[in-house]
Ligand binder design. Sequence first.
Ligand code: PLP
Length: 450
Amino acid sequence: MNSHDLEKWDKEYVWHPFTQMKTYRESKPLIIERGEGSYLFDVEGNRYLDGYASLWVNVHGHNEPELNNALIEQVEKVAHSTLLGSANVPSILLAKKLAEITPGHLSKVFYSDTGSAAVEISLKVAYQYWKNIDPVKYQHKNKFVSLNEAYHGDTVGAVSVGGMDLFHRIFKPLLFERIPTPSPYTYRMTEYGDQEAVKNYCIDELEKLLQDQAEEIAGLIIEPLVQGAAGIITHPPGFLKAVEQLCKKYNILLICDEVAVGFGRTGTLFACEQEDVVPDIMCIGKGITGGYMPLAATIMNEQIFNSFLGEPDEHKTFYHGHTYTGNQLACALALKNIELIERRDLVKDIQKKSKQLSEKLQSLYELPIVGDVRQRGLMIGIEIVKDRQTKEPFTIQENIVSSIIQNARENGLIIRELGPVITMMPILSMSEKELDIMVETVYRSIQDVS
Ligand code: PLP
């Protein structure tokens, strides 16, 4: 088996996610063989800085000895047994730990294995909650509000609350109705004024719709502080807090989807802490195992959990579960990941590094096709435009953004684009020097197409 065979078999047998396979098969694939710290190595021995944290998941670096050992220790005990009718040690300890570290009274943990499933569970729980507490009074509370350009995953429920037309429009006939509300995308909403004015406009619009429709709304789901997949849309300060207040005022459950922003990514362990917001339900995933195993969780407060208690014939049971719910290997890794985050004071380190990074990022404005540089913690989006004045984007045919990504790869950096936005999501443990290299490589990669 050599790299040519692997390339041939990859193109012949593997269907890659979110990928136009016709284009993919015409390109040279990047086939990763191993990882070490902040770097990945392909089958030909080339080294790449992982500026995408392997899809926003990696926390402490690749091939991390303590995480490796946690996995080995657990696999030598047991790899998996079901949570259906029995419990297991790591899932108990992890749930207790998550209850301690998540905000407010979030304390009841329902496990799953992807962010999409965590979102799906939050929607089903929120829907059933109202039926459990009063099926007559709340018979119409069946809908969900979400932001324009929201992304909450790819299962049918998660797509239903999504707002990214490109990904979601084909599936419309399969979806339940969502109620959209404006997203404060300040860069593209300058007609409303500065970010404070954009925030006020979006909050006013949300309040108007809640005034009219709150009786039909079970919950509002939001990516706190930053809409990641939409292109790192950073929300104005105070937006999340104002959303929380409206949810309380109009008796709507607030679901914070922390799948992308949780575990330190924005400079606090959970993003909603920055606005002192405590959701009714929180979804977490991605960084939970430090980037080692698929695991996600939906965490509820006691009031929601209690509404599901009753006799079997009251039909308040939550009929949901997956085969690998509460998998021991994943839970053991998550416990070790959280222990390392705490022991290494990673969140403070991220705060320090993001300050240094924001100074460095300013240099990108020297490049005329850089329209906007957005950053929250170690989440960075660079919006590429044809004309800085008009903010006109390049067309897909012009192929500018993907050429920048390709240049970066040739320069030894893995990053990705989201539409017209170049996104950098470095591994959270990356050193200041590596972060500098990441930005310098992006600078050169943009310069080369300008
Ligand atoms: N929610 C948010 C905010 C996300 O960014 C993502 C993935 O990017 C998801 C949910 C879905 O997570 P997964 O891809 O693990 O299903």
